[in-house]
Design a protein around this ligand. Structure first.
Ligand SMILES: NC(=O)c1ccc[n+]([C@@H]2O[C@H](COP(=O)([O-])OP(=O)(O)OC[C@H]3O[C@@H](n4cnc5c(N)ncnc54)[C@H](O)[C@@H]3O)[C@@H](O)[C@H]2O)c1
Ligand SMILES: N[C@H](CO)Cc1c[nH]c[nH+]1
Ligand SMILES: [Zn+2]
Length: 430
């Protein structure tokens, strides 16, 4: 872990960067996987699953008996925890339903907007290094609230060709029954183009590794919508001397265990706090079962000592973290200055894991600096907003002249005529 002490502002851009470890020929490799899936359908899915997941899968679709067996294997304790998380995530996402008013822009001209669910959506649930069943909650709950008619789910099988029981239980709990055993770029190709077994969808959602993220980027060019670029997890903590060093270290470690390509960052105005966090980090690291993954992620991570919390906020805005924790005095005050972040956690007790699982906010968030321009997944991600308008005779008389003048100035006389013809009719009726 690198520590950078009071870097000059001109160097900030250089430091505020993610590690890049793209697989060799990533784009070429993913493009060829997608093309094979498009041309060969299920047989390509099975071949790639054998090649990348090292397992022979006979039936790509998960059967109802597999689901039944899996649901019985999940403990009551976990089922109860999932039910509480579902409730919180539901409440928060339901609050995003807004009924927009009909607006009369000028007498006789009414405009309004309506949210209409995207009909067919495909959810990708990562399963390479950990079975992220919590991601089903983050995608499935808003999809259900939005009213998406067809919701399918793809996730990679384990070495025995099975899907983790918690994934099957969570999907079933939300009423998602179409589940396919396929992961990586091949899963994205299947949902984008459709195969004999996997249906084509209108929009693909979900985080994933570099193969998944690249595949989403590439299929987007073929006309399929995607949610956002959601790659390796990251967290940036801004902490002052009021922070609890053990809490800060625990929060940093929480995101390092997602993968060696994750990055965590600590910004502080206190050298003492930074030293305490380092000691705590090393102590807590020893206790983690995934310590070797976390250690690798720490190698790509860094601490920056700055003069003030305002400077820390400015650096963070430049970095645009997926998750931002403000472990500082007056966190609310500084929260108003945050311009770029996926999700913000205020105060010493707002740990990032809460947002990952159960507080209610969505954990599918933009990484790699995309928080500068993208929002995380929300109810809006699952709808299209269609605008409507109703113009009366009086309305066209009120805005007709304006449209005619503008159309003529653009030299689009057919546009002008569509108005003029109506105005003339109204004139003739008089
Ligand atoms: N940003 C977010 O909102 C968010 C949320 C959750 C997880 N994540 C991130 O998602 C990622 C999940 O990654 P993962 O790997 O655990 O699971 P994954 O499901 O994304 O990827 C596993 C699949 O990758 C494919 N694959 C593996 N090696 C390959 C190779 N050499 N060539 C081609 N394909 C290959 C396999 O088919 C495998 O099924 C992590 O980086 C995690 O940090 C991000
Ligand atoms: N931190 C991840 C998003 O970057 C989400 C997650 C799922 N499970 C645990 N964490
Ligand atoms: Zn996490």
């Amino acid at each position: 872990m690198k520590t950078i002490i009071n870097p000059p502002y001109s160097d900030w851009e250089k430091y505020a960067k993610r590690p890049a470890f793209p697989a060799e020929d990533l784009e070429e490799k993913v493009a060829s996987v997608l093309e094979k899936v498009r041309l060969e359908g299920d047989s390509a899915l099975k071949n790639f699953t054998l090649a990348f997941d090292k397992v022979n899968v006979e039936n790509i679709k998960v059967s109802s008996s597999e689901i039944e067996i899996a649901c019985a294997e999940v403990s009551t304790e976990l089922k109860d925890a999932i039910a509480i998380a579902v409730n919180n995530i539901k409440v928060f996402h339901e609050s995003q339903q807004i009924n927009e008013a009909i607006v009369e822009t000028i007498s006789g001209v009414e405009c309004w907007r309506k949210s209409v669910a995207i009909e067919k959506v495909g959810l990708y649930i990562p399963g390479g290094s950990a079975p992220l069943f919590s991601t089903i909650l983050m995608l499935g709950i808003p999809a259900k609230i939005a009213g998406c008619k067809k919701i399918i789910l793809c996730t990679p099988p384990d070495e025995n060709g099975k899907i983790n029981p918690a994934i099957l239980f969570t999907a079933t709990f939300l009423g998602i029954e179409e589940i396919y055993k396929v992961g990586g770029a091949q899963a994205i190709g299947a949902m984008a183009f459709g195969t004999e077994t996997v249906p084509k969808v209108d929009k693909i959602f979900g985080p994933g590794n570099q193969y998944v993220t690249k595949a989403k980027e590439l299929v987007q060019k073929t006309g399929i919508a995607i949610d956002l670029p959601a790659g390796p997890s990251e967290v940036l903590v801004i902490a002052d001397s009021s922070a609890d060093a053990d809490f800060v270290a625990a929060d940093l470690l929480s995101q390092t265990e997602h993968g060696a390509d994750s990055q965590v960052v600590l910004l502080s105005n206190s050298a003492e706090l930074m030293e305490e966090v380092k000691v705590s980090l090393n102590n807590q690291l020893q206790l983690l079962p995934r310590a070797s993954v976390a250690e690798k992620a720490l190698e790509n991570s860094f601490f920056v000592l700055l003069n003030t919390i305002n400077e820390c906020v400015d650096f963070s805005n430049l970095y645009a973290p997926e998750h931002l924790i403000l472990a500082i005095d007056n966190a609310e005050l500084f929260a108003g200055k945050i311009k770029n972040a996926g999700s913000v956690f205020l105060g010493n007790y707002s740990c990032e894991s809460a947002g990952d699982y159960a507080s209610g906010t969505n954990h599918t968030l933009p990484t790699n600096g995309y928080a500068k321009s993208y929002s995380g997944v929300s109810l809006d991600s699952f709808v299209k907003k269609i605008t409507f308008q109703k113009i009366t005779k009086k309305g066209i008389q009120n805005i007709g002249k304006t449209i005619e003048i503008m159309a003529e100035a653009e030299q689009l006389l057919a546009h002008k005529n569509a108005v003029s013809i109506r105005l003339k009719k109204l004139q003739d009726e008089k």
